[in-house]
Design a protein around this ligand. Structure first.
Ligand SMILES: *Cc1c(COP(=O)(O)O)cnc(C)c1O
Length: 459
């Protein structure tokens, strides 16, 4: 093994899903029909779909076997107990509450602990987390370290929380207004950047000082554990499951989307040690999701997550996963395409502001690049910039802090030749960057406009 350095996809393919090749002319017509918004495309017209890594991965034969084995008993299904065992083997919290997605776990938790006079700090809240915090009237505050906000600054753990800022916030607002501290691993909205165990310990210390529980938004916990092993002193020989259990030992609970590091297409959970909170959460669960041994899920979904959790902590898988994302990012950097660095775990983020300096932010350089990648090569990505964050509740519009285009990599889904093709397309578009034009919005809703807005190229 050690003699050879090529990192291969650690699986072979048993069932294939054909991709339909399309021409530039066809894609040009699809783009116009979609109002130049890639969310409006038919997925069948996309060649390589890098819109998201959420629920888009390929399941293993073990997971499909679990789908067959799924037991659909309303209460106390064997599938529930297999799921519970798989979760608690890594995350030994006293209570595990299954939900249909991560956001359902968030909705339930914040309904119990949020409210108008509360503030919830995190390194960076994911959009659904922030929305669920704010929906209760509470305030969501991001306290990532300064390096985490700078696209080209290299730091091994750019997802770390600024613990001085956390301490200051708690003192300023008062302990009674901070029901929980959240840490997102890896930091999705910050570019898929990891959080170190040293930082988790430091956050834990601040929490202990004030008696505040620490929860993890653990969606990409396995990728985070891999980065700890690679980059943090003292962990090079620690098995991944042990690193995960060490992360768990520092927390009082977690929210989780099974669509990420449980390698499933749907599912999630909420887990915690507090008996009081768990009881209140279960009462809400029964209202909106279902009985506590299935949440919003079928028995077969629980089986898929149980099997996925055992696979996601395997070293061969993680080595391939993290390496294949870095492979794309490094090839783009080598070709002079500016990207957020270091390359994160689940996605590569192209810096569209740096690549398209001739397009002002309010003409949406990220949207222009994303549209061009689809038109030229059939690649679907997503703008994370002024289209997504520029419109405010009062109707005003300002440039976002960064203009990024995210290429999210579905798990175990595309091969290296797919990625090589993407590299070729992106290089081709980047070489012609000066020819790209900005866009104007011709139709948009008052909030979350990136999903449905329609655009027109500026000639
Ligand atoms: C995807 C995600 C969520 C929400 O999970 P869903 O299953 O999509 O509802 C929450 N936090 C992070 C960091 C995520 O990536």
């Amino acid at each position: 093994m050690d003699r050879f350095t090529t990192i291969i996809e650690p699986f072979r393919i048993k069932s294939v899903e054909p991709i339909r090749l399309t021409t530039v002319e066809e894609r040009d017509a699809h783009l116009r029909d979609a109002g130049y918004n890639l969310f409006n495309l038919h997925a069948a017209d996309v060649l390589i779909d890098l819109l998201t890594d959420s629920g888009t991965g390929a399941m293993s034969s073990e997971q499909w076997a679990g789908i067959q084995r799924g037991d659909e008993s309303y209460a106390g299904s064997p599938s529930w107990f297999r799921f519970l065992d798989a979760v608690t083997e890594l995350w030994p919290f006293r209570h595990v509450i299954p939900t249909h997605q991560g956001r359902a776990a968030e909705k339930i938790l914040f309904s119990v602990i949020g409210g108008p006079d509360k503030v919830i700090p995190s390194n960076t809240h994911f959009d659904t987390t922030r929305a669920n915090v704010e929906f209760t009237g509470a305030e969501a505050i991001d306290l990532v370290i300064a390096e985490g906000r700078e696209p080209s600054t290299i730091h091994p753990f750019k997802g770390n929380m600024d613990t001085d800022a956390l301490d200051a916030l708690i003192r300023e607002r008062g302990v009674e207004h901070v029901p929980v501290v959240f840490v997102t691993v890896t930091n999705n909205s910050g570019g898929g950047q990891p959080v170190s165990l040293a930082n988790l310990r430091a956050v834990r210390e601040v929490c202990d000082r004030y008696g505040i529980p620490l929860f993890l938004d653990a969606c990409r916990f396995a990728e985070n554990a891999w980065f700890i092993r690679e980059r943090e002193d003292g962990y090079a020989d620690t098995p991944i499951p042990d690193i995960v259990r060490e992360m768990a030992s520092l927390a009082d609970g977690m929210t989780m989307s099974g669509k990420k590091d449980a390698l499933a297409n749907i599912g999630g959970w909420l887990a915690m040690n507090s008996d009081t909170w768990a009881e209140q959460c279960r009462n809400l669960l029964i209202l909106t999701e279902g009985f506590p041994t299935y949440g919003g899920l079928s028995g077969r979904d629980l089986e898929a997550m149980a099997a996925g959790l055992r696979e996601v902590v395997q070293e061969d898988y993680l080595r391939y996963r993290i390496r294949s994302t870095a492979y794309l990012g490094e090839a783009l950097l080598e070709a002079g395409v500016p990207c957020v660095q270091p390359i994160g775990g689940h996605a590569v983020y192209i810096d569209a502001r740096a690549l398209l300096p001739h397009i002002p932010p309010l003409e949406y350089p990220g949207q222009s690049l994303a549209a061009a990648l689809y038109r030229e090569g059939g690649i679907r990505s997503v703008e994370i910039g002024t289209v997504m964050f520029g419109l405010h509740p009062d109707g005003s519009e300002t440039p976002a802090p960064m203009e990024l285009v995210r290429l999210a990599i579905p798990r175990r889904t595309y091969t290296q030749s797919h990625v090589d093709y993407c590299i070729e397309v992106i290089r081709w578009v980047a070489e012609r960057a000066s020819e790209l034009r900005g866009y104007r919005i011709v139709e948009q809703p008052p909030a979350l406009r990136h999903f449905t807005a329609r655009f027109e190229p500026i000639r």
